[in-house]
Design a protein around this ligand. Sequence first.
Ligand code: ATR
Length: 290
Amino acid sequence: MKTWEVSGRTRLVGVIGDPVEHTVSPAMHNDAFRALGLDYLYVPFRVGKADLASAVHGIRSLGMRGVNVTIPHKMEIIQHLDRVDPLAAEIGAVNVVVSDDGILTGYNTDAEGFLNVLMEHDVEPEGKNVVILGAGGAARAIAFALADRGANLIMLNRTPSNAARCAADVSKATGQKVEVLALDNRRLADAMERGHVLVNTTSVGMYPSKDDSLVPAELIRPHFVVADIVYNPHRTRLLADAEKAGARTINGLEMLIWQGALAFEKWTGKKAPVGIMRRGAVRALKSYEK
Ligand code: ATR
């Protein structure tokens, strides 16, 4: 097998975010580049909020092909780009940037990635009552994708004003009504009583606070599909409780892999080798869990 090494022609991509210490994206993308014989390299860049504008200039000046964008920049980055894809503009969040000779275009693959995962699990959003916990950048993409497919959304958030803003934007773009509730156990119980699908879009349950969950286990019933965007640990407390209750579960790694696969296709123009990306992500996650 021909070995690969960085050369003067290697195209650079990466992720900008803070923190990035536990990212599995480099393993996922570099495995895919090597498998397809593509001369690309993926590197994580820790970029704090104060450095976002100069980091975006760096994409242009270093001649990078693009980046993934993660916490806390998904919304803030929009103002620094040359173009924003209409879907990403409606969602109000960008997780992929493509540079065409220094012209930067922002896309959102979180929404389509989430729908791909639902399809893999045979979950049809239309007419379902979906309980969404959180109202940040990830929640926006997920809420938009679900509402666009005809789901009824009940959004609960610690800070109801953030959810009200998110819900108004999603309603305006999709024409679907989005109910907003403050996140407390009484309101959550009411929402779960009416729900079919539950999606946690908050960071609650993420390593190192892996015993935390926003949802009392007794509220989860067997007919539920429960999805968690947290992927470290792989099986969060919420997903473990859902399994015990007999519900179906979708873990955060699946959503991460699909948004990554769609980003890969935007940078390279090639079909993403999803199985290889999944194995790379799982290997990287295991190495962090050691
Ligand atoms: P992202 O862009 O990745 O979605 P974010 O914008 O920081 O990240 O959003 C995090 C979401 O998780 C928010 O809805 C946040 O609630 P607030 O709007 O009240 O800040 C929610 N969140 C984070 N930590 C939480 C906690 N300990 N309990 C409840 N909600 C939490």
